[in-house]
Write a new protein. Structure first.
Length: 232
């Protein structure tokens, strides 16, 4: 693709995104005026910290509002250069919680092979998060097709999905389409958390059914990725 004289860096960025549209599988970390395009947009690099983990959900929701329908929450454990250093122990709890946030988002991507940095116990928990994603994979793929046609983001804030219910300040849970509410634990050492549920019947991952609207408190052992689907 030849660019005209006078091209500036942002024009090159936009042209490269156009190039990516030729391929069915793509992912970008930087785009310019490419909202609404069939491109997977990864968040800016995050560090391997609990603070940055808390930024994943609001940043993904914001990316969707900007027109990036297929967002990737950076990389599991953090994708910032230098996040993983030889000889420096990894916060294994953080790595597991990061994997759980990714598991039911539009994309799941590792920056380092889990088997290289985790012990057997924590590696098993990451594999369990991947298994949860595999369970929902058909619905996630179907949602991607729907959003490609509608122009709506796959991952949505609670306020976007269920407007007018006072959810604008909820930044620690998200909705995939309108059928799956995900409420991962993102606080170090926390064993419980509050979840906001909208009107309707919601089936939790542990089999319990809740009727909304409701505020509930659930237990969050490291082995659990709390999520809720519409119940019949």
């Amino acid at each position: 693709m030849r660019l005209p004289a006078g091209t500036v860096p942002v024009d090159q960025c936009a042209a490269y995104a156009e190039f990516g549209k030729w391929y069915p599988l793509n992912e970008y970390r930087a785009c310019w005026k490419n909202g609404g395009r069939a491109l997977a947009q990864r968040l800016n690099d995050k560090s391997c910290t609990w603070r940055d983990l808390t930024q994943l959900i609001p940043d993904m929701a914001a990316a969707g509002l900007l027109g990036h329908l297929f967002v990737c929450p950076d990389m599991i454990g953090g994708g910032l250069l230098g996040s993983f250093k030889p000889g420096v122990p990894v916060d294994q709890e953080l790595f597991v919680r990061s994997a759980q946030v990714h598991a039911l988002s539009p994309m799941m991507q590792f920056s380092v092979a889990p088997c290289r940095v985790l012990d057997k116990e924590h590696l098993a928990l990451v594999k369990a998060a991947v298994d949860i994603r595999q369970k929902f994979a058909p619905r996630i793929l179907a949602l991607a097709d729907e959003c490609a046609k509608s122009g709506e983001p796959m991952l949505r804030s609670m306020e976007y999905a269920f407007p007018g219910n006072g959810y604008s300040a909820v930044k620690d849970q998200f909705v995939m389409g309108d059928f799956l509410i995900v409420a991962p634990q993102i606080e170090k050492g926390a064993e419980s958390r509050e979840v906001r549920l909208p009107a309707g019947r919601w089936l939790a991952d542990d089999g319990e059914v809740f009727t909304g609207p409701a505020r509930i408190t659930i237990k969050t052992p490291l082995s659990r990725l709390p999520h809720f689907i519409t119940a019949r």
